[in-house]
Ligand binder design. Sequence first.
Ligand code: TIU
Length: 232
Amino acid sequence: MIISAAPTIEAEPYDFDFHPATCALLIIDMQRDFLEPGGFGEMLGNDVSQLRRTIAPNQRLLAAWRAAGLHVIHTREGHRPDLACLPPAKRIRGRAPKTIGDPGPMGRILVRGQSGHDLIPELQPLPEEPVIDKPGKGAFFATDLHAILQNRGITQMIVTGVTTEVCVNTTVREANDRGYDCLVPEDCVGSYFPEFHDMGLRMIKAQGGIFGWVSHSDKIHAALGRRLEAAA
Ligand code: TIU
């Protein structure tokens, strides 16, 4: 089957020149500790429903991406059980009664191997999809993500997940500085704070797309559909 030239994805500040074969879907930190009631996010006083609205659009996009045979990468924020990769400043930040590494309702908070650290059941990875364990907010810091992308010839990413202004924004900025084009579908990212979500998206697309593009998953599905039609 001959795959056609790049379809575009309608986006802001202008259309995204989509190259599916070298475009990865990067799903950031869709973990139980951030999204499920009783997890770390809720323990910090946050409203997890703001994040849970992103589950269904992410499931739909992931299914379409897999059906098209394209690259998928997942990330998880967390730390080694011995906490050797946890900066003391991150551990004490927030001055909450419980913090990273302490026992929580779903095991030790944000510790690798604990059930709260797992990806949510709705978005489980397939064996061939890399899962990047990251100690920071950005997915490039102290991980092998850049090497994996380079080895696979990936030049662009659709970045989804949580939260819009923290791990998604930090990762998009890191990716942009390394030369990747990133598009963020607004319905597939979420924040505990709607105003930060809005501003987080506006920051990405401002100034002619200073960090990347913003769109909606419907536009990505449309572009994938046009790609199939052209290949038929
Ligand atoms: N994944 C991610 O965004 N980690 C956070 O700690 N986010 C908050 O918004 N707290």
